[in-house]
Design a protein around this ligand. Structure first.
Ligand SMILES: Cc1cc2nc3c(=O)[nH]c(=O)nc-3n(C[C@H](O)[C@H](O)[C@H](O)COP(=O)(O)OP(=O)(O)OC[C@H]3O[C@@H](n4cnc5c(N)ncnc54)[C@H](O)[C@@H]3O)c2cc1C
Length: 827
């Protein structure tokens, strides 16, 4: 019994030391105390006592006397580490170095500081930004008809183009000092989101010049001369920009573009100047067919050493007027269901002067770093905003449609199967908006969070895919038949665009999120790599021992928190979120442990084990998304009505977290380590459930009922209060249907009681009025509701030849050419 209690006490002490990240001295004292107890309180034989004391002494010497430890332990590890550290190419290194880390780093600690999260300022609009969104953005939305744009014109209407340029939509990010709007990142997402709820084509047209492209690059790296010339012109839409990186041979692997430039002398404006002779072939370039300036990425070589440095200079960026001799702006691509301008361009041996290189000679060869740095911020704005629009419109319209559309004499939203899909739409939208807001807080406080932006890009576009698929399923044929009455089909077509651009999703999930996160956000890995790079044994020793304590602590914490589900941890916030934060601390510890063990056991080849690193990336992402969701609930004043959305989001995420962790362990290459990890991460097994059906039903009810929770969920979507508008009409129809329900119930009741004739609906209603069962006003409301309902369920039909005869007379190309000439003439 005494022995059992002793072992238990020893385990308890060891666990407490590990849990609290004890240092070498504390461990040594603990071990010495244990050895002393063995010596004086037990009859342990002398030879065992001697061995124990020697072991304690060696441990104490190595953990406390740093020079000794460095010589005997850390030194050999350091040599091995330097040998096995995977080779990182320059482009990979630049990608790793780009941007900053933020809340993502806290999630890697295994013990995030929730008070810090809740204290981050909430993303807000200034009065000027709000006025712009309520004014010009609303007005632009009112000018857009996606069917007309994508079917009749294959372009935006000329008045929309004019409005976009004149009102400064192409200069949202350009500082006011250069004539731009100079808006915050939050305002930027609100603008793109609202436009996207109306027209994907217009949204892409606005988002691209404000995203990774000439303006962004010039703001950060341009010479004063370039900024003063181009930024005011871009802000006012006098220049239409595009940015060309992708080559047919290099898409995802953009650092491998074969487009090249040779430094040489050539003639420019009648003088011989130093410049670059460029050869390129680009495709998929958004706004390319109408651009007046072409941003271009190419590899620069200096074989004659005219710049005085290396022969292989590196990726370089330039701005080239599209009217420049030798620039070929080709024909158009058609991007699925949208009609924004997109096409190829190419040139061979085109001479450009040095001053066209973005940032001038100072930025020569630094193009890759410039691109990834800009991507670090931009990736969290454009596609996430487009996804957000799908969520908001999907929630609003699908909820309304499910209330208005009835089958089997029941609104379809009341069927459990539909309810399930509605819950996914609502829950995902709530989480996505939370993620967007938290990320905008980071951007507006000056961060360029590269890992978070990858999380946003991947998870928001994937959730967009889920929402649009669910919305399409619920709408049935109504979502399929294209025409002015279809408000979903275009979003369905836009999904793969959002999935593919700015880092295709499979690559982003499997290579970038954890790959970059593990190095950038981990409290010790980057320090170890830097120490190896600098050949600094002292720094390596400090980082390595810190790392070991960190891993041991997370193993202890993970086990303890897993047994008790995090119960008892002190967390800030109200009772509604307490359990969630406790569980998230548990998951953060387990995640830190899994990450460390994966990096230690799998090592450099983890980069190639994309299925493992993809799952680890999912865990990190879900921790970020759940953090954002809690923060949103907190910032919005802990609205009781939103509790079903919060609960659904948390259960869904925790369940997915469990699946991802389970997947890492199940597929871990070393089965013994996997078994240990399973005990530490899931001491009580897989205990978490997906959201309960009852919770899903409450989320669906939010979508099916006009009210504050539905308004909060869909705030920022363009919902015109207009019965003649396809989305506006849905709102009227929903309200009318809800008001009609009790009136119809009276008629049904009377029919059941045999008071009304079993004839046509019209005759029954007329009889109900005549008998005073319903009033004339109520009768009129039923008729009004019928009319709206018919309008809502209506789909479009077209001429047998789909009006091809009439369309042949139109020539969208001529319009595009004319507009390009007009832009060129206005320069
Ligand atoms: C509508 C549209 C607009 C665009 N606009 C522009 C623009 O304005 N400027 C510009 O320069 N480019 C633009 N692009 C190009 C876009 O950036 C590329 O399409 C994108 O980088 C993917 O390249 P890819 O299409 O060649 O696919 P590929 O690179 O061939 O990829 C195919 C698949 O392989 C996966 N994959 C690749 N490598 C890995 C890996 N290591 N691990 C796991 N999976 C991997 C990808 O995720 C993807 O699923 C646009 C593209 C589209 C469709």
């Amino acid at each position: 019994m005494t022995t059992f209690l002793t072992i238990l006490a020893a385990i308890g002490v060891a666990w407490a030391l590990a849990y609290n990240k004890a240092n070498g001295l504390a461990w040594s004292l603990g071990l010495a105390a244990g050895a002393a107890w063995l010596t004086w309180a037990t009859g342990t034989p002398l030879y065992i006592l001697t061995t124990v004391w020697i072991a304690v002494g060696v441990f104490a010497a190595l953990s406390i006397v740093k020079p000794l430890r460095r010589m005997i332990v850390t030194g050999p590890i350091f040599s091995l580490y330097k040998r096995i550290l995977p080779q990182i190419s320059q482009t990979e290194q630049e990608a790793l170095d780009a941007g900053s880390i933020w809340w993502d780093a806290d999630l890697f600690t295994g013990d995030p500081d929730w008070a810090k999260l809740l204290a981050y300022p909430e993303a807000r609009l200034s009065a000027e930004e709000k006025a712009f969104i309520d004014g010009p953005v609303e007005e632009l939305c009112g000018m857009l008809d996606e069917w007309d744009i994508t079917h009749n014109r294959m372009d935006l209407p000329p008045e929309a183009w004019k409005f976009i340029r004149e009102k400064g939509f192409l200069g949202i990010i350009i500082p006011k000092s250069y004539g731009g709007l100079g808006f915050s990142a939050y305002a930027h997402t609100e603008i793109v989101t609202k436009i996207s709820t109306r027209s994907g084509t217009a949204a892409v047209t606005v988002m691209v010049p404000n995203s990774l492209g000439p303006a962004e690059l010039l703001i950060h790296y341009g010479t004063e001369e370039q900024k003063n010339h181009y930024l005011p012109r871009l802000a006012k839409g006098l220049e239409i920009p595009c940015f060309a990186l992708t080559n047919p041979e290099a898409g995802s692997d953009a650092g491998a573009i074969p487009d090249f430039g040779i430094v040489c002398k050539g003639m420019h404006e009648g003088r011989e100047v130093l410049g670059v002779r460029l050869t390129w072939e680009k495709r998929y370039i958004t706004l390319g067919p109408v651009a007046t300036i072409l941003g271009m990425a190419f590899k620069l070589f200096d074989p004659d050493k005219l710049l005085g440095g290396k022969e292989e200079v590196g990726i370089t960026l330039a701005l080239i007027p599209t009217t420049h001799k030798g620039v070929n702006i080709g024909r158009r691509h058609i991007p699925l269901a949208a009609a924004f301008m997109n096409g190829p361009n190419w040139g061979k041996d085109v001479f450009i002067p040095m001053q066209w290189i973005i940032g001038g000679e100072a930025q020569i060869g630094k193009g890759w770093r410039m691109l990834v740095e800009c991507l670090a911020a931009g990736r969290s704005i454009s596609l996430p905003s487009m996804s957000m629009a799908a969520g908001k419109l999907g929630s609003r319209a699908t909820g309304a449609y499910s209330r208005v559309r009835a089958q089997f004499k029941t609104p379809i939203g009341r069927f459990e199967g539909v309810e399930e899909a509605l819950a996914r739409i609502g829950g995902n939208t709530y989480m996505m908006d939370a993620t967007r807001r938290l990320t905008m807080t980071a951007l507006d406080s000056g961060e360029k969070p590269s890992v978070i932006s990858a999380i946003c890009k991947y998870h928001m576009t994937e959730r967009m895919r889920s929402i649009v698929n669910d919305a399409m399923d619920i709408h049935g044929g109504k979502g399929i038949m294209m025409g002015p009455n279809n408000y979903l089909g275009h979003a369905y077509g836009n999904v793969p665009i959002a999935i593919t651009v700015e880092g295709a999703n499979i690559l982003t999930r499997s290579l970038i999120i954890f790959g970059q996160g593990a190095i950038r956000c981990h409290p010790f890995v980057l320090k170890e790599i830097a120490a190896a790079g600098a050949n600094d044994l002292g720094a390596f020793d400090t980082a390595l021992w810190g790392h070991m304590c960190f891993t041991i602590s997370n193993a202890a914490r993970s086990l303890w928190l897993g047994i008790f589900g995090g119960q008892g941890l002190s967390v800030p916030g109200g009772p509604d979120t307490r359990r969630y934060l406790q569980m998230m601390t548990r998951f953060s510890s387990a995640f830190a442990l899994l990450s460390d063990v994966s990096m230690f056991v799998i090592g450099g080849s983890l980069k190639r084990r994309e299925k493992i690193s993809g799952r680890l990336g999912d865990i990190l992402s879900l921790l970020y998304i759940t953090s954002a969701t809690i923060k949103r609930f907190h910032d919005e004043g802990r609205q009781k009505d939103d509790l079903p959305l919060l609960t659904w989001a948390m259960y869904d995420s925790f369940f997915k977290l469990q699946v991802a962790m389970d997947g890492v362990i199940d597929n871990f290459p070393n089965r013994f380590v996997a078994a240990c990890l399973r005990v530490l991460a899931f001491p009580k097994g897989l205990t978490l459930n997906a959201p309960y059906d009852k919770c899903g039903a409450k989320v669906a009810a939010i979508l099916l009922t006009p009210g504050a929770a539905r308004d909060r969920l869909t705030a920022g979507a363009y919902i015109p209060r207009d019965e003649n508008d396809v989305i506006g009409r849905l709102e009227f129809a929903m309200e009318a249907t809800i008001k009609a329900d009790p009136i119809e119930a009276k008629v049904r009741q009377a029919l059941k009681g045999g008071k009304l004739p079993q004839k046509t609906l019209a005759e029954r209603r007329a009889s109900a009025v005549a008998q005073g069962i319903i009033t004339q006003d109520e009768h009129d409301h039923l008729m009004y509701t019928d009319r709206l309902r018919r309008e809502v369920i209506k789909v479009d039909d077209h001429e047998h030849d789909l009006s091809r005869g009439a369309k042949a007379q139109e020539e969208p190309w001529q319009q595009a050419e004319a507009r390009k000439k007009a832009v060129a003439a206005s320069m």
